[in-house]
Each structure stands twice: as structure tokens, then as C-alpha cells.
Design a protein around this ligand. Structure first.
Ligand code: HEC
Length: 143
């Protein structure tokens, strides 16, 4: 079979298609099923509740937090041996009531608490001032 006999047919088809294209398209085609589906599609997805933005940490406390994360979080974040977690107000209240100087001294020298033992400086090599800045951070986020 050769392609030649098909050419006239092809030409006619192309002409028909072309003519079709010249026709004015209908202004609007309505599909009932689209209408039914529309409200569902248009219904906005329930907006996800925006995550409560974490309160920006006071820059004065940020340094203490950085030291805390590196040297103290291993026990205090998990309440290991009764270590008070940052932000655990009920646990911190009686400690803060002793006075900051005592809390600082306990953190620097270490102490035997009711639940467990806080090693001197948490076993870290931080300076006394660094420990005080961590204590300040802990107290500020826990009262
Ligand atoms: C090996 C675990 C451990 C590490 C590390 C540690 N702590 Fe503690 N810390 C404890 C425990 C346990 C207690 C609570 C003991 C209790 O009250 O029974 C405590 C209590 C404290 C208290 C409360 C003091 C008071 O007077 O009640 C402060 C402040 C404190 N730690 C600061 C720090 C700081 C600062 C660091 C890091 C430099 C640190 N801790 C690292 C275990 C740890």
C-alpha cells in the first residue's frame, strides 16, 4: 500500500479541521457534574492552626541557654536523677525561694538534693560566672 491514495482524504480532513477552528466557540459550556463538584473543590482546606511562635528569648538569656544546652541539658532536660527541668515552675519555685545566691552556689559547688545529686558545675569546666548565667537562664524561664 502506498500513501498516495490517502492524500486527498488527508487534505479533506485537514480542511475540515481548519474550518472547525474558524467556527465561533460556544461562549460557555456547562457540565452539570462540574457544578456538583465545584463546591467541594472550592471549599478551602481548614487552615492549619499556626504554630504558636516561640517567644523570642531575651538575648541576655540566650548565652546562658547555649551553655546550658552544651553542659547541663543531658540531665536537666530529662529530669535525670530529679534534675529540675527548665520551665518546670512547681519544681523551681522552692529552689528559687532559697534565694538566687544559694541556687548559684548549689550549682557551682554541687549539692545533695532530696531526689538526687547535682555534681559541682554539673561536671563541666564552666567558670563560676558562666554557671551563674546558666542559673539566671534557668530561673528566668522557670518562674
Ligand atoms: C549529672 C546530671 C546533672 C548535670 C550534668 C547538671 N545537673 Fe544540675 N542538678 C542535677 C540534679 C539531680 C539536681 C537536683 C537534685 C535534687 O534537688 O534532688 C540538680 C539541680 C540543679 C539546680 C537547682 C539547685 C537548687 O538549689 O535546688 C541548679 C541551679 C542546677 N542543677 C544547675 C545546673 C547547671 C547550671 C548545670 C550545667 C552547668 C547542671 N545543673 C548540670 C543534676 C545535674
Amino acid at each position: 500500500m502506498t500513501i498516495k491514495p490517502l492524500l486527498p482524504l488527508l487534505t479533506v480532513s485537514l480542511f475540515t479541521l481548519g474550518a472547525c477552528g474558524l467556527e465561533k466557540p460556544p461562549t460557555k459550556i456547562e457540565f452539570p457534574e462540574d457544578k456538583a463538584a465545584a463546591p467541594v473543590a472550592a471549599a478551602p482546606a481548614a487552615p492549619a492552626a499556626p504554630a504558636a511562635p516561640a517567644a523570642p528569648l531575651d538575648p541576655k538569656l540566650a548565652a546562658g541557654k547555649t551553655l546550658y544546652d552544651a553542659s547541663c541539658a543531658s540531665c536537666h532536660d530529662t529530669a535525670m536523677m530529679g534534675a529540675p527541668k527548665p520551665g518546670d515552675k512547681a519544681n523551681w519555685a522552692p529552689r528559687i525561694a532559697q534565694g538566687i545566691a544559694t541556687v548559684e552556689s548549689n550549682a557551682i559547688k554541687g549539692f545533695q538534693g532530696k531526689v538526687g545529686m547535682m555534681p559541682a558545675k554539673g561536671g563541666s569546666t564552666l567558670t563560676d560566672d558562666e554557671i551563674k548565667s546558666v542559673v539566671n537562664y534557668l530561673v528566668e524561664v522557670s518562674k
